[in-house]
Write a protein that binds this ligand. Sequence first.
Ligand SMILES: C[S@@+](CC[C@H](N)C(=O)[O-])C[C@H]1O[C@@H](n2cnc3c(N)ncnc32)[C@H](O)[C@@H]1O
Length: 290
Amino acid sequence: MSTELSKRKRYRETKKGDRVKLQKLEQKHVRIADLDTDKPALETLGESGKIKMPKKRYYRQRAHSNPFSDHSLDYPTSPDDMDWTKLYPYYKTQDGKISKQVEIADIGCGFGGLTVALATQYPESLILGMEIRVQVSQYVEDRLLALRENSRVKGEYQNAAVIRANAMKFLPNFFKKGQLSKMFFCFPDPQFKQRKHKARIVTTTLLSEYAFVLKEGGIIYTITDVLDLHNWMVKHLDAHPLFERLDKDWEEKDDCVKIMTVSTEEGKKVSRNHGSKYIACYRRVADPEL
Ligand SMILES: C[S@@+](CC[C@H](N)C(=O)[O-])C[C@H]1O[C@@H](n2cnc3c(N)ncnc32)[C@H](O)[C@@H]1O
């Protein structure tokens, strides 16, 4: 293993130790994945006495992960089997249940810029980032952990969490019918090659799953810098009977469109490179009468 690689690994192990330590201290920060290490937390606190924000460079991972492989991910057999209190311990009730349901999903959240921004914009809603890459999801987890700890007075970010999950598989195992009010697809992997189009995150079959978990009136937000992918998403969404496109006037007035345009890491990169951003938003319409 190269020195750089083992340095990154050591750093992540330390952060994992921090999570365990915090859990033991306060039962406040627990993750859905394993807590199998007793490693001491080496650098929980910075000089200011605050939790240090994680450094992105230690969590980098190759850009693409195969969405058809199962990645040994754990899924609840149904939404009722999901213990959300581990992700949102602040909302745990005395009888061990969760007092709110996840309402907003940031699909393929990457390094979590949008998830973090939505947390303060919608303090009353539970927000979930879903990310397939293990180290990237760990980065978001450590980022949220630091933000929660460092915002104790204000109590912010308790409403945001991340899970490592393949959003193309088993979404209805996590969410009940009509549970979500917003789903974000920000700068999804373009899957340029024709033979990879089936791996795109918007397809007719997947849209039916998204329609299932979205409530009537719920919104799908999409943004990309790749025109071909934008046209692909528009074509599939336009053709789906359970979605209707929202017009440019609506987009201009909507707060989330503004936030998703500026807050994601990928979006910032596109801005730095003076690239274009193509937006399309759709409302989930009522199920047809049978
Ligand atoms: C180009 S990045 C964009 C990240 C973020 N939305 C942003 O705008 O900065 C796409 C992300 O989606 C993740 N991803 C791709 N397929 C996924 C899937 N099936 N389930 C969950 N995440 C996925 C990738 O690992 C990657 O982090």
